[in-house]
Design a protein around this ligand. Structure first.
Ligand code: CU
Length: 211
């Protein structure tokens, strides 16, 4: 399927809506989960900021950061006990050791891809860093709308990603002209947070740590 989208000269704009197919065959009226809509097929420099993911109350907060390849994320321990931060994802495997209270450690993300982030001490801790090749992305708002600004005219895959939707891709052609609407209907999937520890084993009970 190819969607023909009109765009303004020198920087196109894609305006759209995303809905999730409900179990009864209709669509959910409001989005209660994070959905990111983004383009691939071209590279742009990273954004200038350095996002933070805090470890607080044995939770990664926020549990999703979207960055452009080349950006760095700071992981800050805001709990009074030790955490770990690690990933075994192909796009960016890393292990930050055991940062103590108030310690911050940084990770750069040079390669586009989805990075699962866990704590080797607290099995319930889970976050994602979604590393994109360019700045042409948006988070779908709770009312289902999104806008992608400043798109160079061209033909690109448009993707939608969320933990509870099936991966979605459609080709879009951004051309000279006026902004246009695109409507996405996404299919749900069951999200399973089960994962292994950094050694590839089931999590062990660690009586010496705060559970
Ligand atoms: Cu932890």
């Amino acid at each position: 399927m190819v969607l023909l989208l009109a765009a303004t000269a020198g920087g196109g704009e894609i305006r759209g809506t995303a809905q999730i197919r409900a179990a009864d065959g209709g669509v959910d009226a409001t989005l209660t989960q994070p959905i990111v809509v983004y383009l691939t097929g071209f590279r742009q420099p990273p954004l200038p900021d350095t996002p933070i993911i805090s470890q607080k109350d044995k939770t990664f907060s926020p549990d999703l950061r979207v960055v452009v390849a080349g950006q760095t994320v700071q992981f800050t321990n805001d709990d009074p006990w030790v955490h770990n931060v690690f990933s075994t994802s192909a796009a960016r495997p890393f292990d930050l050791g055991q940062p103590g209270p108030h310690e911050t450690r940084s990770v750069s993300f040079p390669t586009p891809g989805l990075v699962d982030v866990f704590c080797n001490i607290h099995e319930q801790m889970y976050a994602n860093v979604l590393v994109l090749p360019n700045r042409a992305f948006d988070r779908v708002a709770p009312d289902g709308t999104f806008v992608i600004h400043d798109v160079p005219p061209g033909r690109y895959p448009l993707h939608a990603w969320g933990r509870q939707i099936q991966p979605f891709e459609v080709e879009v052609v951004v051309a000279e002209g006026q902004p246009a609407q695109v409507q996405l209907v996404l299919q749900p999937r069951l999200f399973n947070p089960a994962h292994l520890d950094k050694f590839g084993r089931a999590y062990q009970k660690r009586p010496s740590y705060t559970p």
